[in-house]
Design a protein around this ligand. Sequence first.
Ligand SMILES: Nc1ncnc2c1ncn2[C@@H]1O[C@H](COP(=O)(O)OP(=O)(O)OP(=O)(O)O)[C@@H](O)[C@H]1O
Ligand SMILES: [Mg+2]
Length: 258
Amino acid sequence: MALLDVENLGLSFAGLQVIKELSFSVDEGSIASLIGPNGAGKTSVFNCLTGFYKPNSGEILFNGRPITRKRPYKITRRGMARTFQNLRLFKSMSVLENVMSGMHCRTRSGPLGAILRTGSQRREEAEIKEFCEFCLDFVGILGEKDRTASNLPYGHQRRVEWARALATKPKLLLLDEPAAGLNFDEKQQLIELIKRIREELKITILLIEHDMGLVMKVSEMITVIDYGQKIAQGSAEEVQNNPRVIEAYLGREEDEVV
Ligand SMILES: Nc1ncnc2c1ncn2[C@@H]1O[C@H](COP(=O)(O)OP(=O)(O)OP(=O)(O)O)[C@@H](O)[C@H]1O
Ligand SMILES: [Mg+2]
């Protein structure tokens, strides 16, 4: 069953068509990837899925219900979480506070509860803290929970983002270039983590990634876009041997060399 269904998505900025009639779906429980050359429109797709951009046309169904043009917090509450291509941490807050900041969509007590600090409010806070610590442990940095986020090495700052996304208890996790800036060992650990997120937490994953080795190792289904349009879809092997994909990547590389 498709957890995410994107149908004929279209997005333009000032007349420039960034996404064109894009359709693809992500099966529940799968690890899928969205790949394509720089500027192909991958992050823009994530921005449409999560409500940051409003598409001009098309429909996005999540868990069988339309979420097209809904606000980001509503989409998060429905069970979609993301990480960003560029780190977006609260630099002066602790690691744990950063992760807890992702949980607002799941809190029940309203502002009155926060002021009165009722029993249920305190219980809820304790539950949130416990779950955030679980998420930090899951990504392997629980020992750093009280450190200021900006003092962590880059690879660990990325893990804080992953923990923050997991803390929202998503059904679908969108990762935008999670391997960017990671060293070889960290990439191997990321591969394991992606698999564990799916196996142990039962979370479906959609990945944008330029590291083809990583994409090919984890993805069951790959959608390739170029200039906002789908040019191929299939397994790692199918996509790797697709002439349109090879041309899209090589063509762009030649442009860069010139
Ligand atoms: N807010 C915006 N306003 C105007 N143009 C935009 C905006 N967001 C994206 N674009 C344009 O849309 C196109 C696709 O950008 P996008 O960031 O989605 O590509 P990408 O595939 O994620 O690239 P990369 O691999 O470099 O991250 C680019 O031409 C970009 O300039
Ligand atoms: Mg991008």
